[in-house]
Design a protein around this ligand. Structure first.
Ligand SMILES: [Zn+2]
Length: 470
């Protein structure tokens, strides 16, 4: 923004909302600005003290000096579990947690709800559940499972607006969402490539998992965290990612590796990208925050698949984010009831695998980044702009592009105090079951306010929008 401000004649008409801040992220840089909003869109970005009329009932807000104005986080990996396992998580609680954590858009995973989102009929059930009670924007992934390959369901889901298709290469943890074998992976990628869709992959190899299980000493497992990690070694991810790369090469499709935990797979990923294959990669806040040595035996709130590995591995993930090998960070918020999360009294074999961290995702990554001298705008590149671009929400669209503050973009905005320390109390989090691996963590960052389409999310917030790929 120049002194005179970036345009928008529309800014001269009265606005629904004006937000003024000493630091607003515009064009990748922080600058003082006033952002005017009308009809859910940013309509002008002007000098911080610009005269911008607001209509009756509108608001002109000046953020305190310790708060920046940033684009809302776009979390492309959230398991809401409703309908069917609403006691684990639901749209009301998940979207409240999202807003409290500065997340203005979530894209819901196709499994753990019943039915899973593998047909248009199931997608419509999801939409009916989400529509009336979501306070941030919600979109949906479809699922690719053996039973819907070659049936037309994938194309129908694509045309109905899902953002892509999730597949597992090893058992998913729920019976109603079976994994794909290697041939089925190729078939799914070929079918999805025909309409240039995106396949997102849980990349763990079942044969390597069996080998690792067979190699564990007698009596290993249970509550011993090191044994849990040994049961899912890095080779499990490596082999699965090699299968994804081979499928990309064979089909010319697009694939996105979810929740990368193993740094040893980075060389394969770098080579695939250098070859020009259409591969992108996600990692998650828990892999960037915790490490194996810090996880007590029996602490199954940390159980996730693939597992949290050692500190040296964690630092390699950070480096891979900084150098662009890993593209984005999303929460993989995958809660269950406390009963299931602690099933087996600390046994990693029996507890539900999934980390509940939607509300803390952005602040956990920011806290880790800040400690490593990485800038806030860089984190937003991974968690807002990058994730929006991954699913096509960064392009101009009805409702405005997401992941950036610019004229014509969605007015999905967050007031954020980046330097305020706090200690996580899981009991105070808004997601349904008060369990989180982040309980007791010392993080930084306070979300002052969250606006979705220019409307502040508070107790009286109206339902937000369901969004589609187009
Ligand atoms: Zn997941």
């Amino acid at each position: 923004m120049a002194d005179a401000g970036v345009a928008g004649d529309a800014g001269r008409a009265s606005s629904d909302l004006v937000v003024r801040a000493s630091r607003v992220l515009v064009d990748g840089a922080w600058q003082p600005a006033a952002v005017a909003v009308r009809g859910g869109l940013v309509v002008a970005i002007e000098a911080v003290d610009a005269v911008l009329p607001v209509h009756d009932g509108g608001r002109d807000v000046t953020l305190p000096d310790d708060e920046v104005l940033m684009p809302g986080v776009v979390d492309t990996h959230v398991h809401v579990n409703e309908p069917g396992r609403t006691e684990w998580e639901g749209f009301a609680s998940a979207t409240r947690a999202a807003a409290a954590g500065g997340v203005t858009t979530i894209v819901d995973m196709p499994l753990n709800s019943i039915p899973p989102t593998t047909t248009v009929e199931a997608l419509e059930l999801k939409r009916a559940a989400a529509g009336p009670q979501s306070v941030v924007d919600v979109g949906f992934w479809g699922g690719a499972v053996p039973s819907n390959l070659g049936t037309g369901d994938l194309r129908a889901l694509h045309e109905a607006g899902v953002f892509g298709f999730k597949a597992f290469l090893s058992p998913s943890g729920v019976d109603e969402f079976p994994h794909l074998g290697t041939d089925e992976l190729h078939a799914a990628m070929r079918e999805i490539a025909a309409f240039d869709g995106l396949l997102i992959v849980h990349a763990e190899d079942p044969d390597r998992l069996d080998e690792a299980a067979a190699a564990l000493p007698e009596g290993a497992g249970g509550a011993v965290y090191d044994d849990f990690v040994a049961s899912r070694p890095e080779a499990v991810e490596q082999t699965a990612i090699e299968h994804v790369v081979e499928a990309l090469r064979a089909t010319g499709g697009r694939a996105h590796v979810l929740h990368l935990s193993s740094a040893s797979a980075l060389a394969t990923i770098r080579a695939a990208k250098a070859e020009g294959l259409r591969l992108t990669v996600e990692t998650c806040p828990h892999y960037l925050t915790f490490d194996q040595a810090g996880i007590p035996d029996g602490a199954t709130q940390y159980k996730c698949c693939p597992p949290i590995r050692d500190a040296a591995n964690r630092e390699l993930l950070w480096a891979a984010l900084v150098d662009g090998t890993i593209d984005v960070v999303a929460s993989d918020h995958s809660p269950s009831t406390a009963e299931l999360k602690f099933a087996g009294d600390g046994s990693f074999d029996e507890a539900w695998g999934g980390i509940a961290g939607l509300e803390l995702s952005f602040r956990a990554v920011w806290s880790g980044a800040r400690a490593r001298g990485i800038a806030l705008e860089t984190v937003l590149g991974w968690m807002s702009r990058g994730t929006a671009d991954l699913v096509g929400l960064g392009a101009p669209r009805s409702g405005g592009a997401k992941g950036r503050i610019e004229v014509g973009a969605a007015a999905d905005l967050v007031a954020f105090a980046p330097d305020e320390p706090f200690v996580v109390d899981a009991a105070l989090l808004a997601h349904r079951n008060p369990v989180s691996a982040f309980d007791g963590a010392e993080l930084v960052g306070r979300v002052g306010a969250t606006w979705v389409a220019g409307v502040v999310v508070d107790a009286a917030a109206p339902p937000a929008r369901l969004i589609t790929r187009r």
